[in-house]
Design a protein around this ligand. Sequence first.
Ligand SMILES: Cc1ncc(COP(=O)(O)O)c(C=O)c1O
Length: 439
Amino acid sequence: MQTEAEVFGAEHITSGVGRLTEYVLEKGEGSYVFTDQGKKLLDLTSGIGVVNVGHCHPTVTKAAQSQCGKITHAQVNITYSAAQITLLRALLDVMPFKELDTFFLTNSGSEAIESCVRIVRTVTKRPNVIVVQGSYHGRTAGAAAMTRSKTVYSMGGHPLMGGVFATAFPFYAQQGEPVDTPEEQLSQKALAQLRLLLEQQTAPCDTAAIFIETVLGEGGYVPAPASFLQGVRAICDEHGILYVADEIQSGYGRTGTMFAVERIGVRPDIMVMAKGLANGFPLSCVVGSKEIMKKLPAGTLGGTYAGNAVACAAATAVLDVFRDERVLENVAKRSEQLLAGLDAIRHTPAGQTIEQIRGHGLMIGIQFKPHDVSIGGMLAQACVEHGMLVLTTSIFDVIRLVPPLTITESEMDEALRILCAAFEAVGQRLGAARATSTM
Ligand SMILES: Cc1ncc(COP(=O)(O)O)c(C=O)c1O
């Protein structure tokens, strides 16, 4: 039976917004969300990698509430904002490279990406940017032009922003290689494609930057191999091209280090973050060196709500939680627990559908062997039936596990129990479908 809210949504909310379930959420607390019908769901999506310290973390909520009583809108093209300055001081301490010390705060990931396009074009005086096949940089017009994970993000929206070229990403499924192809081989092949692109399609003197998600998100939860990013850095250095790391989904502790580039040790010229930054308040950030960020004429960047004071206060509190609750230590432990549990599932009969389990920290993707139905889609639905939210990702058959980074040991056990039950349910459904088709 549909609730009143569902009926209203079906009639008055655009069909352009797709959703995993028709539930209506009323409340969130830690790793759980609650529907208007009182149903409790374990959230292994974190609202697409956003509530990294859990839903409505009391420290973050309190900081936002307190800021609401001081000033909510301290417009950044008019004055400095105290909430912004406090946040930026705290952010400086967690930057993975000391060169990343000059910031621009805005609202969403897409806006940050588009601001970044403006920055790299202005600074290099070159028009073109390169993205990788499978990339997701957002849905607004410019960001959609840079998104190559699924055609649905650009379909019907052409002509898109010009000057965007796509190169290969070292991902076996995209390169048509077997699952066990060595990473180094995939990287070298992708780097050769990048060099070709720079010789055949966009000359280095016309190329401002290459944008790379350190872990492809919408493209399938595929970490960029270190050898690929090292090769990209070398090519960028050779040609004066800027390397932009999109850490919007992979940043903020998601992969076990504050930013995924940290584990690899390759320094981007510019880094973009959002999502976990303010744990659900709209805030995003572009950070680069002074050499880059101080070349912009005043007025080229800004925005009515850019770096909103309440979002900044929440973001400062997020960093307090990371420090006080040792969030990164929890990521390491829970990641180990999750990967061990998934390995056990893989060895069950129902787990035979798994082709690859990949990722670091609590940004884990499971890719399924090719099948005539989407096993990931069936699994996500079975998880919902068992009281847990799980998302699929990419055009390949992949589910992504993105729990809050504060998930406890017993909650992770619960997640693994539900996953196990969902795998079994899917296994039974596939078996029943096979039996029916052979009758
Ligand atoms: C890697 C990456 N870049 C950019 C974006 C766009 O961010 P937003 O949805 O806040 O515009 C996303 C959102 O999922 C993302 O995952």
